[in-house]
Design a protein around this ligand. Structure first.
Ligand SMILES: Nc1nc2c(ncn2[C@@H]2O[C@H](COP(=O)(O)OP(=O)(O)OP(=O)(O)O)[C@@H](O)[C@H]2O)c(=O)[nH]1
Ligand SMILES: [Mg+2]
Length: 627
């Protein structure tokens, strides 16, 4: 039987933004449509098609597509395939664009124009947005849009996508009633018919426009002489990363205490106001103890993201990839894998999506398989809770706190584990031993924009609060129910939770986890932690709050576990969290990106095995050392 796909498109003209990576397409898209898609200073930020609507003064609207950047129309990586598919009209569920906005980096016309010529040859109506006009002007490049428009036979407007007024000219152009006719005229213009003639055509064009000797960005080159130095560059990278982890602990203390006090006060107030009973237990033990114990970590997550955003915005990330290319080569990967892996520190899902920029299929798969070992921000609450409970607050060197150091080591453990797996795959697969040279664009450094950083942090806060109010809330309630019912029989002596479903489940699971030192409370908490890692913390909050006899467990989880767990147990749980695949949405993302169940199952299997092994070793070594 043959299948035929029926495409149903929303009404309205379709405008597609096309251009080289990092030329400002998404920044323009955000201005045109009022969206808030991710913008950052490296190639390969956008890896999928995003749609928005732009309202015209006539009241009608245009559909606008933001697409991944591409250097040519011969796609080499999955993200470039997305763009080429849309332009050729073969993308699933999307019609061919009615008009293409070729976004051109004004500081790099030579390369940008090659793509423009290819798009024009496709016969698509086209207009050009001469973006980064501000940077070009700063460097003394005088580009006259009129002249360029005459030369190419297409409408050209100068834009500055990071300035709120910067897209006005483009908006005006897209609102013109006869735009399509004007843009279509371009198809007949006198342009090279053959891609082989493009380079000569562009060279002549730039000479005619007086732009053939465009100077490189000198300030960036000067910084790069230090930052890309084979020795100093690596030292700078290591120090930067290390300082980030120190800051996560030392800067967060005051705001964390505020949230903790607020949670404790709320719990105390509810205790004093409501009569004893299920409602009070639900609010105090379920909501306040559960959610409060997760909310406390918002400051640390924001500090981590502040640094990640600064690195992304400044243009430093691709430099780090370049520096690490050699190191990555020893485990059979290239610097290309660096940015997807770094994105996984926020969350493995965007990291796995970002592997679309990797052209080599084998490298892409290996990167996907090791991405979950990078410490995502959802693991931070678990780490921070255990470190706060078991690692004393002590200064171990000039400006070095023990707690920040341990956190850093946990991140290193994840990285080391992933590199170990990549190395094994290199040893035992023939493809892994081939050397693939790194070709990567180094953008000029930009001063990070306060607005972008603030927006990024605000989005992170929203995501976190939505998680707390959504999946974490639901699971916390579910766990409270399971941990409260059935009620203990009359005359029972133990704590009521021991007789509940969760209590029984925990005791059953504890048989499996006993060899790695987990008690039944931990075993209970691991189950809802599969859906969202932080829930393990809120679940411990609820379980211990219900099991406690005193009233003030809300916000005071750390001292309780410090008292009840041994250090080997805590270390073993940390080791478990470094490796275990506790997140179902990550496995779903792997299924989507690899197109089947095989790889997510392999991933879950090997990560569980690795986690159990790591915890087993950690627990027994720690016990043998009688810690
Ligand atoms: N100064 C200046 N910076 C800009 C301009 N347009 C974009 N930027 C910056 O350039 C960087 C890249 O912007 P993006 O919008 O992410 O670029 P993109 O073309 O979507 O990149 P990919 O999705 O990776 O293909 C960001 O740091 C932006 O803030 C501009 O007109 N002037
Ligand atoms: Mg983009």
């Amino acid at each position: 039987m043959t299948e035929s796909v029926i495409h149903v498109h929303p009404p309205g003209r379709l405008v597609a933004l096309v251009g080289n990576p990092n030329c400002g397409k998404t920044a323009l898209f955000n201005l045109l449509t009022g969206s808030r898609q991710k913008v950052a200073n490296y190639a390969g930020v956008t890896v999928e098609r995003k749609e928005g609507r732009m309202l015209l003064p006539t009241g009608k609207s245009l559909r606008v597509l933001d697409l991944p950047g591409t250097y040519s129309l011969n796609p080499r990586s999955p993200d470039e395939q997305v763009t080429c598919g849309v332009l050729q009209g073969v993308a699933r569920g999307e019609k061919r664009p009615d008009i293409v906005v070729c976004v051109v980096d004004a500081t790099n016309l030579r390369r940008s124009l090659r793509l423009v010529l290819s798009v024009l040859r496709l016969g698509l109506p086209c207009v050009i947005a001469l973006n980064m006009a501000d940077l070009a002007a700063d460097r003394g490049m005088r580009i006259d849009p009129e002249v360029l428009s005459r030369e190419l036979g297409v409408p050209v407007v100068g834009t500055v996508a990071v300035d709120s007024t910067g897209a006005e000219a483009l908006q005006r152009l897209l609102s013109e009633p006869d735009l399509l006719e004007r843009a279509e005229a371009s198809i007949h213009a006198n342009l090279p018919a053959n891609a082989a003639d493009d380079a000569n055509f562009i060279r002549d064009l730039l000479v005619r426009m007086g732009l053939d000797d465009a100077s490189p960005h000198l300030a960036s080159d000067a910084i790069d002489r230090v930052v890309l130095h084979p020795v100093w560059g690596l030292v700078i990278l290591a120090v930067t990363l290390f300082l980030i982890f120190q800051a996560v602990f030392s800067w967060a203390e005051a705001p964390m205490n505020l949230i903790k006090d607020a949670a404790a006060a709320t719990g105390a107030w509810v205790n004093a106001t409501l009569p004893e009973g299920f409602l009070r237990s639900f609010i105090v033990d379920g909501l306040v103890a559960g959610l409060g114990s997760v909310l406390v970590f918002l400051p640390q997550i924001l500090i981590l993201f502040f640094f990640i955003l600064m690195l992304e915005e400044s243009g430093y990330l691709p430099r780090a990839a370049f520096l690490l290319d050699r190191v990555m080569g020893t485990v059979g990967l290239s610097g290309r894998s660096f940015i997807p892996l770094l994105s996984s520190f926020a969350c493995a899902i965007p990291g796995i999506m970002a592997t679309r920029t990797i052209a080599n299929a084998r490298d892409r798969l290996v990167t996907i398989m090791i991405a979950p070992m990078m410490t995502c921000s959802a693991r931070l609450p678990v780490y921070a809770l255990l470190i706060g409970a078991f690692i004393p607050e002590r200064v171990v060197g000039p400006g070095v706190q023990l707690r920040g150091l341990v956190l850093f080591l946990l991140y290193v453990a994840g990285i080391a584990g992933s590199m170990g797996v990549a190395w094994l795959l290199k040893r035992f697969t023939s493809q892994g031993r081939q050397v693939r040279p790194l070709m990567m664009e180094l953008p000029s450094y930009h001063m990070p924009r306060v607005r972008n950083i603030a927006l990024g942090l605000w989005q992170r806060t929203q995501i976190f609060l939505r998680r707390v109010g959504g999946v974490i809330l639901v699971l916390t309630i579910a766990l409270w129910v399971l941990a409260s019912f059935p009620q203990p029989p009359v005359g029972a002596t133990g704590s009521p939770i021991e007789y509940s479903i969760a209590g029984m489940l925990g005791h059953a699971l504890a048989v499996v986890f006993q060899p790695i030192g987990f008690n039944w409370q931990i075993s209970v908490a691991l189950v809802p932690g599969m859906a969202a890692r932080e829930v393990a913390v809120s679940a411990l909050g609820t379980v211990y709050s219900l099991a406690a006899t005193t009233q003030d467990t809300a916000g005071a989880l750390a001292p309780i576990i410090a008292q009840q767990w041994s250090l080997p147990t805590a270390l073993s749980l940390l080791a478990w969290y470094v490796f275990a695949p506790q997140c179902l949405s990550t496995l779903a993302a792997v299924k989507r990106e690899t197109g089947g169940l095989k790889w997510p199952l392999v991933m879950a299997g090997y990560l569980f095995a690795l986690a159990y092994l790591a915890s087993f070793i950690t627990y027994n070594v720690a016990k043998a050392m009688s810690l």
